[in-house]
Design a protein around this ligand. Structure first.
Ligand SMILES: N[C@@H](CCC(=O)N[C@@H](CS)C(=O)NCC(=O)O)C(=O)O
Length: 227
């Protein structure tokens, strides 16, 4: 059975959605990142990057959400195009989410909600880039129902993981400017698999407070700051 290392955050959500969509049997192992469990030696032995998600499939260990989506799509033969020509754009858009949507959205959240002090330059850069990436997704979804065209795929699952957080990333008014992302989000949210994926977090008690312990675990770079 697949072992799924999970926390209630955008990147693990993508994997939860795939596991549920494909009906794969899996055991969920909670990793409370606000308590620092991602830094424990046993966890870093399976993901030296100290982040969730990770899956173990027998002896095979896969970390990084988009790598896991590709692995599971290949394992099951589901939610990915079968011919190579159509898989080309799948790789492009998955990497676009992995290298653009995720990192810029994450940094926008950091500087808007968590960084101590005022950082107008950093905030402006990450907010601008997060918006730019989300507008590209929105334009694509204006022209076709799903990221790869007519069919729901792993790319939509990758977009869904972060789309759930768009108001937190870009602001409460963001949906007015991104109606096609919202349409995809609402459509996926209505799928029973997405509801089961969302329900996972209720099975565990994760630390909610962003207190000193959580900041130490999530933002270890702060230890280098003076004072
Ligand atoms: N590129 C990785 C990023 C993983 C990542 O940043 N995971 C977050 C949750 S969404 C995490 O583990 N955060 C805890 C930490 O940064 O200490 C992926 O797509 O899986």
């Amino acid at each position: 059975m697949i072992r799924f290392y999970y926390s209630p955050a955008p990147n693990p959500a993508k994997v939860a959605l795939f596991l549920e969509e494909a009906g794969l049997a899996y055991e969920t192992i909670a990793v409370d990142t606000r308590k620092g469990e991602q830094h424990e030696a046993a966890f870093k032995a399976i993901n030296p990057n100290a982040k969730v998600p990770v899956i173990e499939d027998g002896e095979t260990v896969i970390f990084d959400s988009n790598a896991i989506l590709l692995y599971l799509a290949e394992k099951t033969g589901r939610f990915m195009p079968t011919d190579l020509a159509a898989r080309g754009p799948m790789y492009s858009w998955l990497m676009f989410v992995a290298s653009g949507i995720g990192p810029f959205s994450g940094q926008a959240v950091h500087f808007k909600h968590y960084a101590p002090g005022e950082h107008p330059y950093a905030l402006n850069r990450y907010d601008f880039e997060a918006w730019r990436h989300w507008r590209i997704i929105d334009e694509r979804l204006a022209a076709q129902p799903y990221m790869l065209g007519a069919d729901y795929s792993v790319v939509d699952m990758a977009v869904w993981g972060w789309a759930r957080a768009v108001p937190f990333v870009l602001g409460e008014e963001a949906w007015k400017a991104l109606p096609n992302v919202k349409r995809l989000l609402d459509e996926i949210n209505a799928r029973p698999a997405a509801q089961r994926a969302e329900a996972l977090k209720a099975r565990f008690t994760f630390k909610a407070e962003m207190d000193d312990e959580a900041r130490k675990a999530m933002f270890p770079q702060n230890a280098r700051l003076p004072g």
